[in-house]
Design a protein around this ligand. Structure first.
Ligand SMILES: Cc1ncc(C[n+]2csc(CCOP(=O)(O)OP(=O)(O)O)c2C)c(N)n1
Ligand SMILES: [Mg+2]
Length: 398
């Protein structure tokens, strides 16, 4: 089924001071492109409504015929565990155990649906917010926290789970993914690549270059854009005058907008897109229409730039709640399933907390390692300088 997607524009305008709001209204009137991009009247693929009702899709049902009630419970569990882990990380940051944390709150369905659509031999290039995808790929959640505690530069071996390191430089991983996918095609492998990025990243030149190269070289890559409506304090209508999924058309490959808070629809659409890639049909753009329920990171205060009503309207579309309603209403899922899961997620929270606190501080000289594979004269000089500086302290400690 396709339905009208939600509109964040009105609420975003309300968050502005009156004068700015009037100017925004005026320019929206003047600019039909802007209105079209942000109006939310676009169609999006949905299989599970916010009220927890299953709706039919002639196009996409066939991609989820294997999803039994047990499989739905597994998806539900993934989302609950991802949210619980994320909440623990936010708390750890607030208590000074992490330097920063980018929360995934609200984006669990987009991440779990797409993450579970991937095969083990596929390769994933995340941004910095894909904790739910990492969970699906089997990366131990505690490994995600080292970089945010400042004790390592990544925290996991990308090739163990085919899950690349987090990338902070906005959009650059789409180029890495495209290059990797071109390599996959040259190898004649039938695996696919998926690159995650945000609505803000869609404005980056790197993303445009990735679209061009992947289209021209027919690279087996899925561009998975989580349109969470905000790029820090910039709303999506500041990024584009057409709905983001329509960008693909200009590059010559398909784009589709999916309800990013509907785990089943995201699973179906991403499976479709990955299969196209494997079948040699080239790239696809998936725009998962979702919402960043929390702050951009723990350093951000969204009350400064967006209205409370906007968040409230998205709370009604919560990805976890809608699947819970479906499970409770249409399956034989008993109360014990939910209470057991609560207990399991608490155990995860505790494990993560203990693991973070136990992370050893890195050797101070370690920061000079891994910048160059074979070393570099300048780095050698800096290393020697820093070692001498440390040795200048009477007790050898800085
Ligand atoms: C090249 C680059 N420019 C700017 C930044 C600063 N920055 C960090 S996150 C961000 C917004 C990204 O928004 P979006 O792509 O929508 O992803 P989201 O954070 O919403 O998941 C910006 C501008 C950066 N990290 N890299
Ligand atoms: Mg965003």
């Amino acid at each position: 089924m396709t339905v009208d997607s939600a509109d964040s524009t009105a609420a975003a305008q309300k968050a502005q001071p009156p004068r700015k709001r009037a100017a925004a209204k005026k320019s929206a009137k003047k600019s039909p492109g802007k209105t079209a991009a942000a109006s939310g009247t676009e169609q999006l693929v949905q299989l599970l409504t916010p009220e927890g009702e299953r709706v039919k899709s002639a196009e996409y049902d066939k991609y989820v015929t294997d999803i039994t009630d047990d499989a739905l419970r597994d998806l539900y569990r993934d989302m609950v565990m991802a949210r619980r882990f994320d909440a623990e990380a936010v708390t750890l940051q607030r208590q000074g155990e992490l330097g920063l944390w980018p929360s995934l709150l609200g984006q669990e369905a987009a991440q779990v649906g797409s993450g579970r659509a991937t095969r083990d031999d596929d390769y994933v290039f995340p941004t910095y917010r894909e904790h739910g995808v990492a969970w699906c790929r089997g990366v131990d959640p505690t490994n995600l926290l080292g970089m945010f505690r400042g004790v390592n530069n990544g925290g996991w071996d990308p090739n163990t789970n085919n899950f690349h390191l987090y990338t902070i430089v906005i959009g650059s991983q789409t180029l890495h993914a495209t290059g990797y996918a071109m390599g996959v095609a040259k190898d004649g492998a039938d695996s696919a690549v998926i690159a995650y990025f945000g609505d803000g990243a869609s404005s980056q030149g790197d993303v445009a270059e990735s679209f061009t190269f992947s289209a021209v070289y027919n690279a087996p890559v899925v561009f998975f854009c989580q349109n969470n409506q905000w790029a820090i304090s910039e709303p999506t209508e500041k990024q584009t005058r057409v709905p983001l999924y329509q960008r693909a058309q200009g590059y010559g490959f398909p784009g589709v907008r999916v309800d990013g808070n509907d785990v089943l629809a995201v699973l179906a659409v991403t499976r479709w897109a990955l299969q196209r890639a494997r079948d040699g049909e080239g790239p696809t753009l998936v725009e998962a229409f979702t919402y960043r329920m929390g702050a951009h990171t723990t350093s951000d205060d969204p009350t400064k730039y967006r209205a409370d009503e906007e968040r409230a309207s998205w709370e009604a579309k919560d990805p976890i709640l809608r699947l819970r309603t479906y499970l409770e209403t249409h399956t034989d899922t008993d109360a014990a399933f939910f209470t057991d899961l609560d207990a399991e997620s608490e155990t995860l929270g505790k494990r993560v907390r203990e693991a973070v606190r136990a992370m050893p501080d890195p050797d101070r000289m370690a920061m000079f390692e891994n910048a160059y594979a074979d070393g570099h004269a300048l780095v050698d000089e800096e290393r020697a300088q820093f070692a001498a500086y440390q040795a200048s302290f009477a007790d050898g400690e800085v």
